[in-house]
Design a protein around this ligand. Sequence first.
Ligand SMILES: Cc1ncc(COP(=O)(O)O)c(C=O)c1O
Length: 498
Amino acid sequence: MKIPGGMLLTGIELDRSSAMPLYRQLYLQVRKQILSGRLPGGTRLPSTRTLCKELGLSRITLLNAFDQLTAEGFLASRTGAGTFVGEDWEGRAAVASAPRKPPRLSSLSQAVHSLRSEHFSGVSYNAWAPDCPTSFLPSHPAYDAFPMPAWKRLMNRHLRKPSKDQLGYGELKGLQRLREAIVEYVFDARGIECSVDQVVITSGAQQAFNLLGMLLLNPGDGVWMEDPGHIAARIAFQALGCRLVPLRIDEQGLDVQQGLRECPDACLAFTTPSRQHPLGTTMSHVRRQELIDWAGRSQSWIVEDDCDSEFRYVGRTLPALYSLDAGERVIYVGTFSKVLYPSLRLGYVILPEALVEPFCAIRAVMDRSPSTLHQATTADFMQDGHFLGHIRRMRNLYQARQSALLEALQRELAGFLSVTPAEAGLHMIGWLPEGCDDDALARGLAEQRIFTYALRDYCIRHYLPPGLLLGFAAIPEGQAARRVEELAQALRALGWRL
Ligand SMILES: Cc1ncc(COP(=O)(O)O)c(C=O)c1O
C-alpha cells in the first residue's frame, strides 16, 4: 500500500509492502528531491511531529532517515528553529533544470558517429526489423541451413567438462588448434603459406581492420580505398584521421594507376580482390601484380579483405594476393561471418612476421581474445571435416537461391531492375533506371518493411548508376517469388510504374 507524503514532501511515496525499510525509502526519496532541486537549499522542513503524522511514520523511523541525511550534509538542524535543507544545495534547481548538453566526446568518437550516419543515410542497421522476412540485405548467410545439430554436439563436448581451457582467458593470439586449422585451410583454399605464429584470431574482420589502422596509420596518412567499397573498414581508417583516396573499380578491379597519379605515397591500400565488395569484380592478375609492385616500391601495406571467397559460382577462385607477394607487404584478413555465421565474431589476420608482436601488443589492450569456447568449437568443426562439407553444401544452396531470386526478379521486375547474376558472394546488384535516387528508394522500401542497401551508401565519389544490393543467400528458393512480389507491390505503393 502506498501512502502519499504531506504538503512539503509532495511526491514522497512509501511502499509498506516493500522489503526496503521505511526509513531507507524516506532517506532515498528526500535525497533525490534535494539532488534534483525540488527541495532547494535553505528550505525549512515541517516539524517531525507533523511529518510523522502526514507520512504515517513512527518518530524513530523518521529520525533514522533524518539522522542519515544530516550526517551526509543534506539536512541541517538549527536549535530552536527546526530542520532545513543544507545551504550547500542552494541553486541546485537551476542546475537541474538547465537543458542537458550533449556529452563531451573525443574527436575519434565524434568522427565515427558522424561518418556512420553519413554513410548509412539509406537504411541503417537500426531501421532493419530483424523479424521481417522480406529482407534482401546482403552479408546474411543461410541461417536456416546452418548445421546446428553437429555444431551443438561439438560445443556440448566442451560444455560437459568445463575447464580453464574453456572458461579462462584464452591465448592472446587465439586458440592454437584453431590457428593450425586456419593455416591448413588457407594453404589449401587460398594458396597461402604461413606459420601458425603469423595467425592472430580477432573478433571478426572488423576488429582486425581497426587494430591494423591503429597499428599502421597516423592522422593525415593517405589510404587507397576501393570506391565503392566496404563501408565499415573505410570508417575505421577515416576516423583515425587518415586521408582517403577513393579509387575507381573497373572490370579488372581497383584502378592502381589512378592511385599512383593521385597519391603515390599512400601508406596503405584496402582491397577485396577475390570479390570486390560490393560490385563483385575479380581483380585481374595484372592489377594484382601492379598493386604488389607499388607496395614493395613505396613500402606501403596492402590489407586484403577476403570475406567470402568460398562462395564462387563461376570461374576459378584466384590465389590470394598474400600468396603472390614475396615482399611481405600484404596483410590477409579472413572471417567466419559468412562461411559460418556473423554473431560468432571470429575473424583472423595473417601478418608478415615483423608485424606479429606489435599487432599482439595492441590486441592485448583491446579485449584479450574472443570466446575460447567458440574458438574450440570452430577448430573442431574444421578439424573433424564438417567445414569443407558445409562450404560445398552452402555453395550449391546459394547458387540455387540466386537462380530462383534472379528468375523471379527478371519475371516480375525486368522493366525496372536490371540484374546480372553474381559470380561470387551473397548478393547481386539490381541496377535502377537512370535518375532514380537509390538512397531514397531504399528508405521508402524500408518503410514498407522491405530491406535492401543502396549502392550509393558504398560510394565516396558518385560515378556509378543507381543500384540496390540484393542479398540472395538467406532467401529459400520456395520464397523467392513471394518476396519479389512483395518488393513489386512496395515499389508500386511508392509510385513506380512497373
Ligand atoms: C566486405 C566485407 N568484409 C568483411 C566483412 C566481415 O566482417 P566481420 O568479420 O566483422 O563480420 C563483411 C561483412 O559483412 C564484409 O561485407
